[in-house]
Design a protein around this ligand. Structure first.
Ligand code: SAH
Ligand code: SF4
Ligand code: F3S
Length: 436
């Protein structure tokens, strides 16, 4: 068997895809943990922001140097950068083969047949990797990610995903549910359903995302179900009702706002306004009073005024986000914004606004955590705490991390923990009797 080393960048979708790749190559390649030991090195890459691509290019140069020194090996570029750059690094021999997100079934032939085309970046309308069981080599055996759809049709003007991953397509629900059932039988306790916009999941018109959630959650009350990401324009009350009906559907909604200014949202082609976003937040609060809401925010998008930026800060305060991923706008070639809108906010202004957004979120996260002091949560124990051997950590339904003294608890079990203190990032707790 040849040795295969895979390094993954970017979103959970890419991490899930790396497990598809490991699976399609498993007949001829076994995984190894270090690039030096590998016959084949694969980088599964991300293009979402410029610094994501720069990180990969730096790594490719490092690997190229390694390749010149040691035994002969092949280096492959896959994922979103493969879609964008295709043959670009083939001539310089920085990479030996390239496969885009819909071309992973070709990898075995690319790696074993020297005559086979070594660049496959065509996107598909229907590839969902049906019939391939992911090789879950990155897993802790407790939580697993299950993609339910691929691609994206939304064309937010700043975003490369519709170009790198192609048209949106949903996966057959029977195969999704079978995969979840198999994971539950193997002892997994938490499943996260993945898609760029899960609310537009649909199979043969009648079967939609709320139904898939109900069927997944109805399987086993001890199996937690999460999902990400929800596009605000498509988050329905029907889904919130299903979430309220099943205690094992986790009460966290990731609802990327991107901006608090209707004018900026319009230029981003997000298809909702500040008001309709806040109306969705209110509906979440009404249906699911215990839910946390997390978000993504971009600072310094084309034409963002100081007033637009203030509107983002005020949206954050009104929505009271529990946590957020916050980014500086990074222009991506090929997108609508790159072609038609000026990237006119100076970098120092972008940075200053981003810092303000981060500082406000830190305060909101801290307040969100403080409110939990004195409450008791059921948490799924994931493993030892990073900071201390004497502590374990787990997550509650709201997706907050709780650290607590180890005692006799095991990873993969549910325990009840009472929160006694907090930081901006973590709750600190102590175990209480499960029947308390
Ligand atoms: N499909 C998801 C998000 C995918 S990308 C959604 O629609 O919400 C994750 C996040 O990266 C986005 O929510 C956005 O906040 C950020 N992002 C995407 N393109 C970006 C760009 N060009 N510059 C900065 N941030 C970007
Ligand atoms: Fe990108 Fe928008 Fe699609 Fe999300 S919904 S992946 S931000 S185009
Ligand atoms: Fe990056 Fe592609 Fe995911 S651009 S965020 S790896 S879909």
């Amino acid at each position: 068997m040849k040795q295969l080393y895979i390094e993954t960048y970017g979103c959970q979708m890419n991490f899930a895809d790396s497990e598809i790749v490991a699976s399609v190559l498993s007949a001829t390649h076994s995984l190894c943990e270090k690039a030096q030991d590998a016959d084949v090195i694969i980088l599964n890459t991300c293009s979402i922001r410029e610094n994501a691509e720069q990180k990969v290019l730096k790594r490719l140069e490092e690997l190229h140097a390694l390749q010149k020194k040691g035994k002969s090996r092949r280096i492959g570029l896959i994922g979103c950068m493969a879609s964008r750059y295709k043959t670009q690094w083939m001539e310089s021999r920085l990479v030996d083969f390239v496969a885009g997100p819909d071309a992973y079934r070709f990898l075995p032939e690319m790696l074993t047949d020297a005559e086979a085309p070594q660049v496959r970046t065509e996107l598909s309308l229907d590839e969902t990797y049906l019939g391939i069981t992911p090789l879950r080599y990155q897993s802790n055996g407790i939580s697993a990610f299950v993609p339910i759809m691929r691609g994206c049709n939304n064309f937010c003007t700043y975003c490369v995903v519709p170009y790198t991953r192609g048209r949106e397509r949903s996966r057959n629900p029977e195969s999704v549910l079978q995969e979840i059932r198999d994971l539950a039988e193997k002892g997994y306790k938490e499943i996260t359903l993945l898609g760029q916009n899960v609310n537009s999941y649909r199979w043969e018109n009648a079967y939609d995302f709320p139904r898939l959630m109900a069927d997944a959650a109805g399987m086993d009350p001890k199996l937690r179900i999460r999902f990400t990401t929800s596009h605000p324009k498509d988050l329905s009350d029907g889904l919130l009702e299903v979430m309220a009906a099943y205690p094992n559907i986790c009460k966290n909604i990731h609802l990327p706002a991107q901006s608090g200014s209707t004018e900026v949202l319009r230029r981003m082609n997000r298809k909702y306004t500040r008001e309709s976003y806040l109306e969705r937040v209110e509906s979440i609060r009404r249906h699911l009073p215990d839910a946390t809401i997390s978000t993504d925010l971009i600072s310094g998008f084309c034409g963002e005024t100081e007033e637009d930026h203030r509107q983002t800060l005020s949206l954050m305060e009104t929505a009271r986000f529990d946590y957020a991923f916050m980014f500086k706008y990074s222009e991506r070639s090929g997108t609508y914004a790159a072609k038609h809108l000026a990237d006119d906010i100076p970098d120092e202004v972008k940075t200053a606004r981003l810092e303000e957004v981060i500082a406000l979120q830190r305060q909101l996260s801290y307040e969100s955590h403080r409110k939990d002091i004195g409450k008791t949560f059921e948490i799924l124990v994931e493993g030892p705490s990073k900071r201390s051997d004497a502590h374990l950590f787990g997550r509650n339904s709201q997706n907050k991390v709780i650290v607590f003294p180890k005692e006799d608890c095991q990873a993969g079990t549910y325990v009840h923990v009472k929160v006694i203190d907090c930081t901006t990032a973590t709750l600190l707790g102590e175990k209480v009797q499960n029947n308390a």
